[in-house]
Design a protein around this ligand. Structure first.
Ligand SMILES: [Ca+2]
Ligand SMILES: [Ca+2]
Ligand SMILES: [Ca+2]
Length: 122
């Protein structure tokens, strides 16, 4: 790495893993549908939500992932099922790579506040 900045490293992702749980399940198409139709915040790695790798997020991505999950539809295009780079550069971006060998923490790191010891004053 060249600088200590929070840089875009390898934008690795698992295609279809829209919510970065490191696997693909029903929550992913639901999450994408919420983004598309309910105005949920855009995903930090839109590429992962681009389930059919056509460069845009739309209902077709929701459907393709649902088909894969429930009716043995075609598996998402690579990178899948392992983390990887998007082999087809397009307008979607992955600004928040999650898969550099690091598993998602169950929850965000919590800042530990220092508590003074309960020491009886003398
Ligand atoms: Ca997921
Ligand atoms: Ca798409
Ligand atoms: Ca692509």
């Amino acid at each position: 790495m060249e600088s200590g900045e929070i840089a875009i490293l390898d934008p690795r992702f698992i295609r279809g893993d829209c919510n970065f749980s490191n696997n693909i399940d029903l929550a992913d198409p639901i999450g994408l549908a919420s983004i598309l139709f309910v105005g949920a915040p855009a995903p930090p790695c839109a590429d992962a939500c681009d389930g059919n790798d056509d460069g845009q997020l739309d209902l077709a991505d929701v459907i393709s992932v649902l088909e894969y999950l429930f009716i043995q539809g075609a598996a998402p295009p690579p990178p899948f099922p392992a983390c990887g780079l998007d082999p087809t550069p397009d307008a979607t971006a992955c600004d928040f790579p999650r898969c550099n060998g690091v598993r998602l923490p169950a929850r965000l790191p919590v800042t530990v506040t220092e508590t003074p010891e309960d020491r009886p004053t003398t």
